[in-house]
Design a protein around this ligand. Structure first.
Ligand code: V47
Ligand code: SF4
Length: 378
């Protein structure tokens, strides 16, 4: 969907806006890509109103007034994990496995079957990393889900799990991903990206797949003709430069493949984890971050506000700061964010609640499937 280019709004001709910001606005309104240096200037200098105007312009060019959501549910096969990321409130170390859960293939299938009479289109499967949940486990699980419900889109696992599972199975990334796809895997969620800067990653998520490995796995998957999402964990010990570096690496990969559906900024929540002493950023910073992501990632069609993590009120506000997607109904099936201190302690929204929330800010609700095919416009 496209709209014609407007005249530069008067607020940007005002002398209180620096020449550097005016030059960035000029580029954005002319459909030109901004540089990493300009991205950092936006983080350091631009106020929220300025960013909102630019982000809205880009958003409307790409998605008009549409706001997308889907009917989905999550399955978290385990909250036990061989890793111990400092920001994670959810996982239990493998030595404390008795404090966690580890579902079997049949237990997961039973959860999937509880949705038999509901019009969900997607199951999102991800959780901790444990030796038992290996290649055989996931291929059996995907096959059984597809046998039971062939049209249910399986969005599952991240490079964190793939790297661990394929290494153990002595498979190359190519062969491993092909095996997963043959078993029924449809697309990849965006998790495990955290922050790509190697030094910060080592401090908050040391030991799991590297940034290079995360990007390589997505590149191979996408070059096989498939789609995936990308996330960025922000608002902890990273700098603005690190956020731009993260988005720059994604923008370059997207130029090569076009395989990312959506970018999902994830706000660091600080409850009951090893980084509880790090304060959370403000809602203003959340909105600025969404807007800069929308401006910077000119080759991503969708920016998702994941309401289970950010809370429905901030997610709703963000629709005027560049986001166009709210994820889905979720049905109270994820614990990752409630355990980390999200406002949403039992994340579940009905279609009507999502529709009302979107219409209240003057936008058009659109139910989609995982690949953004339109199911219904409201
Ligand atoms: O990689 C964990 C994040 C991610 C915390 O692709 C935390 O559609 C904030 O990737 N504070 C997993 N974030 C979830 C994820 C996701 C969620 C929704 C939709 C999609 C999609 C993907 O959750 C992890 C990590 O970055 N996370 N703990 C925390 N304390
Ligand atoms: Fe494990 Fe993922 Fe938590 Fe890290 S973020 S400890 S990989 S469950």
């Amino acid at each position: 969907m496209t709209t014609s280019s407007p005249a530069i709004p008067d607020i940007f001709k005002n002398t209180s806006v620096s020449n550097a910001l005016k030059a960035i606005a000029d580029k954005v309104f002319n459909g030109q890509r901004i540089s990493p240096e300009e991205g950092v200037i936006l983080y350091k200098e631009a106020e929220l109103g300025f960013l909102g105007t630019l982000a809205n312009f880009v958003r409307e060019k790409k998605n008009g007034n549409y706001v997308y959501f889907n009917h989905n549910f999550h399955v978290e096969p385990t909250n036990v994990c061989v890793y111990s990321c400092a920001f994670c409130s959810y996982s239990r170390l493998i030595k404390n496995a008795d404090q966690g859960w580890e579902l079997s293939v049949d237990q997961i299938l039973d959860i999937v079957k509880t949705y038999d009479n509901q019009d969900v289109t997607e199951v999102h499967i991800t959780g901790g990393v444990v030796p038992k949940q290996d290649l055989a486990f996931y291929t059996e699980l995907f096959r059984k889900i597809k046998q039971h419900r062939p049209n249910l889109h399986i969005k599952a696992l991240t490079p964190v799990e793939f790297h661990y599972i394929f290494k153990k199975a002595k498979l190359s990334y190519e062969d491993g991903l092909k095996t997963m796809k043959d078993a029924g895997l449809d697309s990849l969620p965006g998790g495990g990206a955290e922050i790509f800067d190697e030094q910060i990653r080592e401090q908050i998520a040391g030991g799991k797949c590297t940034s290079e490995e995360w990007l390589t796995l997505h590149e191979i998957w996408q070059k096989m003709g498939n789609f995936s999402n990308a996330t960025m964990l922000y608002g902890h010990i990273e700098s603005f430069e690190h956020r731009i570096d993260h988005m720059e690496r994604l923008r370059q990969l997207q130029d090569r493949t076009g395989g990312f559906n959506a970018f999902i900024p994830l706000k660091f929540r600080n409850k009951e984890n090893a980084m509880a002493h790090v304060p959370e950023v403000s809602v203003i910073e959340d909105l600025r971050n969404y807007a800069i992501a929308r401006i910077y990632l000119d080759n991503f069609t969708h920016i998702k506000a994941y309401w289970a993590m950010i809370g429905r009120n901030t997610a709703q506000l963000s629709l005027n700061y560049g986001t166009d997607d709210l994820d889905g109904t979720i049905d109270d099936t994820t614990k990752i964010y409630s355990m980390a201190g999200s406002e949403e302690q039992a994340p579940k929204l009905s279609t009507q609640q999502l529709v009302d929330l979107i219409q209240a800010v003057g936008k058009i609700p659109v139910q989609r499937d995982t690949l953004y095919n339109i199911v219904k416009e409201y």
